[in-house]
Design a binder for this molecule. Sequence first.
Ligand code: GLY
Length: 408
Amino acid sequence: MSSPPLASRTPGTSRAPDVLVVGGGVVGLVTAWRAAQRGLATGLVDPQPGGGAAQVAAGMLAAVTELHYGEGTLLALNLASARRYPAFAAELADLTGHDLGYRRCGTLAVALDADDRAHLRELHALQQRSGLDSEWLSGRECRRLEPMLAPGVRGGLRVDGDHQIDPRRLAGALLAACEHAGVVFHRTWAERLTVGRGDRATGVVTSDGTALEAGQVVLAGGSLSGRLTGVPEAVLPPVRPVKGQVLRLTMPRTRPLLHRTVRAVVRGNSVYLVPRESGELVVGATSEELGWDTTVTAGGVYELLRDAHELVPGITELPLTETRAGLRPGSPDNAPLLGPTALDGLLLATGHYRNGVLLTPVTGDVMADVLTTGELPEEARAFTPRRFGTDPALLRPSAPSERTEQPV
Ligand code: GLY
């Protein structure tokens, strides 16, 4: 692979940046921050940087408790990012002075009935086969750790290594870090990718008609990443929106209801309660394949509250302070797409699905590596966008009429 060229520079005029990141969620921000730290002149396009799915996400760093069959490769990346978290959070907090709400509190996954218990036993066996730390507890031992759990809890898994961070604070800190590192923000939509001679991505045109040029373009638009006009069909990221409804309640700070993240599968639905030091209790999340719909529904709120109440009956006393829905960027194999595409100059950092917050530190490092060297580091090679195949005949830019246009 050839090394990335520098952007065109004309002495005496403002030069195009080396890197332009499209999308200012946590993945776009960390990419821009790390790239700028490596000395690359970096711009970022987003009408509201710091927004995106992180504004809804609970912020569980759940590499072990969200382990699924057949996702061993993703597990390795999740663990690599979880290991980075302490130093990453400390660096970001030191640099910006922001409190990130990073809590090394661990997680308890519990079972309410025989089916849930069998499911958790399976998960425990998979964790052990994968060499992960988790401990089986009886119902009584679970309640000793978390006394507000329902008397019906029949057992659980204690995972002391799955922590949490407040994604809204993380986004705010990354924004400040980018500003500190000299990232230039374009607070507008990217409307179209521009592809120059020699089939190379050269920048984007924004919704106000401004042409922004760059040496390399990173598409980090979360669930919208597949909708940027001008991206050739062959390299269009296969991401889709997966809706998650999430509730926020408030616990008395002096009497928190829970001390660690508590989660369960109740009648086949995953539910989790994430208690923050601030007193916020996040309850999530639905998982719905409904396209771009972000409506908060009575049914979604009802099911989350019903399942959370079965786990922790005391939640009904708490004020319900927020209901919101966000869109996870799902990919065909549930893993992110990181690095160069078959179109020179266009890279992806998207498709993080359920793990965007967890994967933020490793994504920043991987993207900064590939942007400076042209090579994906070993730990990220399996996540190349090229794994989904490329038909070179489809490398020409698609016409706007070929699919719904959407600024990103
Ligand atoms: N990782 C939690 C969720 O996607 O709901």
